[in-house]
Design a protein around this ligand. Structure first.
Ligand code: UDP
Ligand code: MG
Length: 324
């Protein structure tokens, strides 16, 4: 029996990149078919695109027997796109790859040969540099990975991409995690399994523009921290205790001082500063707790990750094998 590889491609406004992607991916597929007995399915997940992405996908799925697509009722975000792909992928091996060719499809062959000929359940990729990215974005990204490695037990590798090949048991394990606030980079690590890392140099998008604003990335980073660490909560309690101790000591000092020297009404500005500082700090701690509470709220509502408007499965696998 030949192995089936499902390639999941989350797409949001990727009308220009899809044709280039399919061309490049087909080259890799053709090469791999010469060497291995495999079948591939490209499963595009259209994340509520506003451009002609869906039209392009419809055309391609009519034209090619190995192309399927899922389209959402609105934009749910890349995490939801990847999850929908993983839930609906039926391959023995599953690959997640971006549509913009920032993840080199040529690596898929190496991923497959590694996973087949070794004990690994996952072959993942990481960028070794951040060429072409703005300095500020790189700085914040690096800081995020550093902070994350300190405050979370789940080690998230710097430069790790979502681009990876996974075995069926690993995919099943990921899909079994039903949390609403998904942070896949953490989930991949959390489920365990042996992972081999392939390194590659950063590439720019072939067409179109990035969907991530600085603010969007910041929210993503905060989501990641909240999903995989409770250290911010502990930290706010610890600092709260420190403040209590300091205020108790100050109280004693002022009390004794008043007993000895009386109570001259002075020190108003410093008092205001202390009040401002502590009340600001209390609000910050409240905010941190609030973030966790809001995540709990969205978890208990138990809403689905995504809503499918249309799912077009590629023509059946036997046909797929014949016509390729
Ligand atoms: N993407 C998505 N939904 C979104 C945003 C992005 O499915 O809401 C897809 C996008 O089409 C691309 C991948 O996620 O295939 C990575 O997005 P992008 O290239 O914009 O991110 P960057 O590489 O700049 O981090
Ligand atoms: Mg990209």
């Amino acid at each position: 029996m030949s192995d089936k590889i499902t390639i999941i491609i989350p797409c949001y406004n990727e009308q220009e990149t899809i044709p280039i992607f399919v061309e490049e991916m087909d080259k890799v597929y053709a090469e791999m078919r010469k060497k291995y007995s495999i079948r591939m399915e490209y499963l595009f997940v259209d994340d509520g695109s506003k451009d002609k992405t869906l039209k392009v996908l419809k055309e391609y799925s009519e034209k090619y027997p190995h192309i399927s697509y899922i389209t959402f009722s609105r934009n749910f975000g890349k995490e939801a796109g990847m999850f929908a792909g993983l839930e609906n992928a039926d391959g023995d091996y599953v690959v997640i790859i971006d549509a913009d060719l920032q993840d080199p499809p040529e690596l898929i062959e190496e991923m497959y040969s590694t996973i087949k000929n070794s004990d690994y359940d996952c072959v993942a990729s990481r960028r070794v540099d951040r060429k072409g990215e703005s300095k500020i974005r790189s700085f914040f990204a690096r800081s995020f990975y550093k902070i994350m490695s300190k405050i979370s037990k789940t080690n998230i590798v710097d430069g790790a991409r979502d681009f990876r090949m996974m075995s069926r048991p690993m995919v099943d394990a990921i899909v079994s995690l039903r949390e609403y606030n998904r942070f896949s980079k953490g989930i991949f690590q959390w489920v365990g399994f042996n992972t081999k890392w392939l390194e590659f140099e950063n590439r720019n998008r072939v067409a179109g523009t990035t969907k991530w604003s600085f603010f969007g990335l910041l929210v993503y980073a905060i989501d990641g921290i909240i999903a995989f660490s409770t250290v911010p909560l502990a930290l706010s309690s610890i600092i709260g205790i420190i403040f209590c101790c300091i205020s108790f000591i100050l109280l004693l000092i002022f009390f004794i001082r008043a007993l000895i020297w009386g109570d001259p009404v002075s020190g108003w500005p410093s008092l205001v500063c202390i009040i401002c500082f502590t009340s600001g700090f209390i609000l910050l701690c409240n905010g941190i707790t609030g973030l966790y509470v809001s995540k709990i709220y969205s978890e208990v509502k138990n809403r689905p990750q995504y809503v499918i408007r249309e799912y077009k499965k590629c023509k059946d696998d036997s046909e797929n094998t014949e016509s390729n």
